[in-house]
Design a protein around this ligand. Structure first.
Ligand code: ARG
Length: 586
């Protein structure tokens, strides 16, 4: 809004000066000098073949005088804009009265399906599944906040080889005799059984071809819903999903649909028929494939470390729809799921996948097949939001000391422990729910402040620090404001700026507000995280320099209360988007 106002004032000034142009302003790169700046006079200078400083001066001379903005030319040819205290105060008061605290909603809403979470049934959740629910949940909340209609689907991995492997292993270990040999009583399938069976089978398949073929066969029987394979599968799924739900709920990830790959099974035949009817398939080594390569394309080969040079291969390999034995694969269920989603929900504008960057080629294949076959309408966007890897301090993917992948469960306990220690050292009584809020909040902020596609280092001490760009720092700011407000116990009055620190706070609030749009465009939460850190830090400067609680002047004190409430609401609003809970104390 403010940007629009300033741009219009400049545009009208320019018109009077003889330039029919549109202008754009941005936040100032030199906040000490001004609040906003416009750099367009350089381009105008080329177009009109005139000295840019003179153009800027003539525009500024022609801008209508007003109470809110001061315009000035700075060398070589910037138009600097400063907001008056009156303007900043007025904005702050209007935000405070607004439910949305001044963040506009999009006029055009989109219908979006978000696919995130993606845990695999029968396998223990591991650290590789941490980023998807964190990033997905907060992007979902952001989209909804700005007006999109979003359906979140967890899309469990429940139809692949791991199912056959796990079941076969349980069978070989004599745990399924009831079903296959009719002896004993019906076994209760437990999480412990699964946690033992899958890793064992997964290791064996790598050096035992016969076993692998047998597991393929079991997987196929499950996919064909043959008994007793299918009923055992359903039991495995149930035990596993219960565990997944528990972890996702601790991470604050909420889904509208708890579908999995298996839910696409009823759409597989139809999917394949559509693709075949378009003449897109061929048989290759007994498998049914679709060629998706395009001319002149180079495919980046994933790097194994940051400093490796980027190498390419060519072209994109075909998407495999059916295996040699007729079984379906990851790509098949993903394509059929797009068909299912389009049949279930009409008019979907975008489908977004929050999945590891390393699955880039998989999504290129899936999306191309859907576009070539018309399974995804032309105007629908299919987007893979690929995230980078969470590394350990050694720069390699985060592992246990012995080199195993870390279970999600263990990470959560690590976070809770560390937060518990912090609470203790602050003299707060330990409470698991409280420690979970702080620990998980720290983890989320430590993740979301990075650009989604970048790798980052899991550094628990850094994430958990109460100072710096961390979750606990922001949480603490809210907790502190709550405590100050309870001490003052007075209603807010009209807010007016009475010092430089307050100016800085309101400027930071403007930046928080405009960061929502940046995050929406870039599909990453980093600018919101940074903006709320700056806001919290400017609040703390203000609080250190001014006596808030014992402020004698009643008008000033009530203005302070208004400011405190605005900062608190602004932080709460942002933390809610980031799905970071606020502890009662810390
Ligand atoms: N289960 C998959 C994995 O663990 C992630 C699923 C992502 N979503 C999708 N539609 N492919 O890698």
């Amino acid at each position: 809004m403010i940007f629009d106002d300033i741009e219009l004032l400049i545009k009208n000034g320019a018109k009077r000066a003889g330039y029919e142009e549109n202008f754009s302003v941005s936040f100032s790169a030199m906040p000490k000098l001004c609040d906003f700046q416009c750099n367009d006079c350089f381009t105008l200078s080329k177009k009109y073949k005139k000295n840019p400083f003179e153009i800027a001066q003539s525009i500024v001379d022609n801008i209508e005088k007003n109470d809110y903005f001061l315009f000035e030319v700075a060398k070589p040819a910037f138009i600097n804009v400063k907001m008056t205290d009156k303007a900043l105060s007025k904005i702050a008061n209007s935000y405070l009265k607004d439910d949305r605290l001044g963040v506009p909603m999009h006029e055009e809403k989109q219908k979006v399906i978000m696919d995130y979470g993606g845990a695999n049934v029968a396998k223990a959740l591991h650290v590789g599944h941490l980023r998807s629910p964190i990033i997905g949940e907060s992007l979902k909340r952001l989209y909804r906040f700005l007006g999109d209609e979003v359906i979140a689907d967890v899309h469990l991995g429940d139809w692949g080889l791991q199912m056959g492997l796990t079941e076969l292993q349980l069978y070989l270990d004599g745990k399924l005799d009831y079903y296959f040999k009719g002896v004993g009583k019906e076994p209760k399938i437990t999480l412990e059984m699964l946690n033992e069976a899958y890793p064992k089978a997964s290791a064996r398949k790598n050096n035992d071809e016969v076993f692998k073929t047998q597991a393929d066969d079991w997987t196929l029987k499950i996919q064909r819903k043959e008994e007793p394979y299918y009923q055992i599968y359903k039991k495995i799924r149930e035990v596993s999903v219960k565990e997944i739900k528990k972890h996702y709920s601790e991470l604050g990830a909420e889904f509208d649909l708890w579908y999995g790959e298996s839910d696409a099974q009823d759409y597989i035949d139809k999917t394949i028929k559509i693709i075949e009817d378009k003449g897109l398939t061929r048989i290759s080594d007994g498998a049914l494939v679709v060629d998706v390569a395009v001319e002149g394309e180079n495919i980046p080969i994933p790097k194994t470390s940051e400093d490796e040079v980027q190498r390419y291969k060519n072209p994109m390999p075909p998407a495999i729809l059916k295996k040699y034995n007729g079984g379906v694969l990851y790509a098949t269920t993903d394509i059929a799921t797009i068909l299912m989603r389009n049949e279930m929900f009409k008019g979907v504008d975008r489908i977004e996948y929050i999945v590891d960057l390393r699955q880039k080629n998989h999504f290129i294949q899936v999306f191309r097949v859907c576009k070539m076959s018309g399974i995804s309408p032309e105007k629908q966007s299919l987007i893979h939001i690929g995230y980078g890897t969470m590394n350990g301090k050694d720069g390699k993917p985060f592992k246990t000391r012995s080199g195993d992948t870390i279970k999600l469960e263990d990470i959560i306990e690590l976070l809770v422990d560390k937060a518990g220690q912090k609470l203790k050292s602050n003299g707060v009584k330990y409470d698991r729910a409280l420690a979970l809020k702080i620990g998980v909040g720290a983890m989320k902020f430590g993740d979301l402040i990075n650009n989604v596609d970048k790798d980052y280092v899991f550094d628990l001490d850094k994430f958990m620090a109460f100072e710096g760009k961390t979750g606990p720092y922001i949480q603490y700011c809210v907790v502190r404001i709550n405590s100050i407000l309870s001490k003052i116990a007075q209603d807010e009055g009209e807010f007016f700026i009475s010092n430089e620190e307050e100016r800085e706070i309101i400027r930071n609030i403007l930046k928080v507000n405009s960061s929502y749009e940046i995050c929406y465009k870039n599909k990453t939460l980093s600018s919101l995280c940074l903006a709320i850190y700056n806001l919290a830090s400017s609040f703390s400067t203000f609080y250190n320099n001014h006596n808030v609680i014992n402020q004698k002047d009643e008008k000033v004190r009530r203005s302070y209360v208004a400011l405190l409430k605005l900062v608190k609401k602004k932080l709460e609003q942002a933390l809610n988007i980031l799905a970071i809970d606020i502890p009662q104390k810390m």
